[in-house]
Design a protein around this ligand. Structure first.
Ligand SMILES: [Zn+2]
Length: 74
């Protein structure tokens, strides 16, 4: 069975993210959640199982060497 597999890793500047309208942020979150509900673990139950149902975000301070804020599940 083929899978449509996404790897999305985005670091958006806080100032830019803050300007995105709330309804657009919520629509993105809702769509990610809907797709996550359709996602499967590759080789589920086998020794080579891959955790391929991951969608998390956090506020990151890597650019200032400060500790990052906690990751939250989308
Ligand atoms: Zn971080």
């Amino acid at each position: 069975m083929a899978l449509e597999r996404f790897n999305i890793h985005l670091a958006i500047p806080q100032k830019v993210f803050d300007k995105i309208p709330v309804n657009r942020k919520l629509a993105f979150r809702d769509e990610v959640r809907a797709l996550k509900a359709l996602a499967v673990k590759i080789n589920a139950g086998r020794p080579n199982e891959e955790m391929t149902v991951i969608a998390k975000r956090h506020t990151c301070h890597h650019d200032t060497n400060e500790p990052c804020e906690s990751e939250v599940e989308i």
